[in-house]
Design a protein around this ligand. Structure first.
Ligand code: NAD
Length: 295
């Protein structure tokens, strides 16, 4: 079914996601504070508008793809005065669980439906329409959001009630941050022991050490030709974004009373690595930290 959709936040992820909604036949109005982002989206068939009010006029569905919780709460607060009851609000930004729940409450108080639907798959997945969506919200809201998300992604998982999508996202990325640090540490140790990268990869990728961080995203050049290590650690998934997600996991651990010592250590490591000027490099560049802390 063709829908009229407002898309707010046309950045690296939002731009290509909005373009895929257009390709699926939906009428999409796009708003972003940045003129450059609006023009790039317009070139992909999104109707560029210069205010939230213009974006949501006539829209039954609103998607937000913004940097952090404070942006989402501020935009959703404005949206509440603009959208009709019954509108479906989809937030695909990666934000803290508490802000996600506040946003859901705001929508419910205004008679709107809502899902938190953060994504995995990066800029490549956004462009190819192969993102994984982790969705939180009622069964009813999920059912309405599903066909829209399918136009932008390949796997759509209903994780539970409000905030569950964000919870799944930060748990997954905490695993990723910890395993990549562990893999970097092991390859740096292997180098000290005179082991070739290929030998360690051939063993670990088929033994009990295997994990996505080795098998699909090996942090040294050679064994996995598509990994950012082969491209001077150009992201991919930037260290600064990994740090953001690890900090969200720590906030959630603190708020819920969970103990996450490995996640805490990974947040510290990526924080130091970022401070050393590596925030724009792919997160797998963390291996440099274990070779030479001053790198
Ligand atoms: P981005 O900075 O490229 O895009 C964010 C856009 O939001 C910008 O264009 C900005 O101008 C716009 N914006 C900010 N405040 C606004 C407002 N009040 N009204 C309208 N527009 C506003 O970021 P991105 O890489 O597209 O990431 C978006 C979200 O997706 C983040 O939460 C990020 O953590 C998450 N994410 C990113 C990736 C990735 O690989 N880039 C992967 C998964 C999830």
């Amino acid at each position: 079914m063709t829908e009229t959709i407002a898309f707010i936040g046309l950045g690296n992820m939002g731009g290509p996601m909005a373009a895929n909604l257009v390709k699926a036949g939906h009428a999409v109005s796009g708003f972003d504070l940045s003129e450059a982002s609006r023009s790039a989206a317009a070139a992909q068939g999104v109707k560029p508008v210069t205010s939230l009010a213009d974006a949501v006029a006539g829209a039954g569905i609103v998607v937000t793809m913004l940097p952090a919780g404070r942006h989402v709460l501020s935009v959703w607060t404005e949206l509440m005065a603009l959208v009709k009851p019954g509108t479906l609000l989809i937030d695909s930004s990666t934000i803290d669980v508490e802000s996600a729940r506040k946003a859901h409450q705001m929508a419910a108080d205004n008679g709107c439906k809502s899902v938190d639907a953060p994504v995995s798959g990066g800029i490549g997945g956004a462009a190819a329409g192969t993102l994984t969506f982790m969705v939180g919200g009622s069964a009813d809201s999920f059912a309405q959001a599903q066909p829209i998300l399918e136009a932008m992604g390949r796997k759509i998982v209903h994780c539970g009630d409000a905030g569950s999508g964000q919870a799944a996202k930060i748990c997954n990325n905490m695993i990723l941050g910890v395993t990549m640090a562990a893999v970097g540490e092991a390859f740096a140790l292997g180098e000290r022991l005179g082991l070739s990268h290929q030998a360690l990869f051939d063993v670990a990728s088929t033994s009990s050490g295997q994990c996505w961080s080795i098998n699909s995203y090996c942090p040294v050049p050679g064994p996995v030709p598509t990994s950012p290590a082969n491209n001077d650690y150009k992201p991919g998934f930037a260290t600064a974004l990994m740090l953001k997600d690890l900090r969200l996991a720590q906030e959630a651990a603190l708020a819920s009373g969970a103990s996450t010592p490995l996640g805490a250590e990974a947040a510290q490591l990526y924080g130091l690595f970022d401070k050393l000027g590596h925030g724009g490099e792919d997160f797998s560049a963390i291996i440099k930290f274990f070779r030479d802390k001053a790198a």
